[in-house]
Design a protein around this ligand. Structure first.
Ligand SMILES: [Fe+2]
Length: 234
């Protein structure tokens, strides 16, 4: 399996607090069946994403875990500041060297401002992958908006633990409804630490399989994220 959204790099954002925690997360991911990890540190008002220092940390992980593949991305929160930075350097924020970018819609901006931001990113040749739409206040309550954005070319990555009930029953139901409507392209861990929000996918995939079947669930954790990290169209 391939995880395209997690917080794995120490001393970077609200992810692991030490290299030991990072190592524990990598080892749990491997044991869970994950073979390619894309750490996506927050890129927002609180945490400024620095690609170079992220790459240095990833290089260390590549040497320590030769059986795991790593590429670097970020979780790009929609804001005017971030959009300015993306205009200056569109490739600075992508998942690896692809044109895919993991985007967290902003709850501070209005839905139409988010929509304009997504349009601007697409105009730069980027393909937005929406981070956990099932947990976003306005998207989970206006699924028709997510349908419009999907039709316009956005993809969606829900978190596995939304399907297992970690975030409560309402979010679980939203995630299930999005799955049934074909609005979900990937399941991701959004892992932050070794214990509370670990870097695992299998439980979420098993929950998805009960709703959409084994083959479709596998596509969400293997085939689709595999095409994304290879920069291929879905
Ligand atoms: Fe995240």
């Amino acid at each position: 399996m391939i995880d395209i959204h997690c917080h794995l790099l120490p001393f970077t954002d609200d992810g692991p607090k030490s290299w030991e925690e990072t190592y524990a997360m990598c080892e749990a991911a491997y044991a869970d069946g994950i073979r390619h990890i894309v750490p996506t540190p927050h890129c927002d008002r609180r945490y400024r994403f620095e690609r170079k220092s992220g790459e240095e940390k990833i290089q260390h992980l590549r040497e320590r875990y030769p059986d795991l593949k790593f590429s670097l991305g970020c979780e790009f929160t929609l804001s005017y500041d971030n959009l300015d930075r993306a205009v200056q350097n569109p490739k600075g924020f992508t998942l690896g060297s692809t044109n895919y970018i993991l985007v967290e819609p902003s709850e501070i901006l209005r839905p139409n401002q988010n929509e304009e931001g997504l349009h601007e990113l697409r105009g730069l040749g980027l393909i937005p992958v929406l981070a956990h739409p099932e947990r976003n206040t306005f998207l989970r309550n206006q699924v028709e908006l997510l349908e419009e954005w999907t039709e316009a070319g956005c993809l969606s990555a829900i978190t596995g633990n939304s399907l297992t009930g970690f975030w409560g029953q309402e979010i679980r139901q939203r995630a299930e409804m999005m799955l049934k409507r074909g609005l979900v392209h990937c399941i991701v861990s959004d892992g932050h630490d070794p214990v509370r929000r670990p870097l695992v996918l299998s439980a979420g995939v098993a929950a998805a399989a009960k709703i959409v079947g084994e083959e479709a669930a596998r596509a969400l954790a293997v085939d689709n994220p595999g095409r994304i990290v290879d920069g291929l169209p879905l």
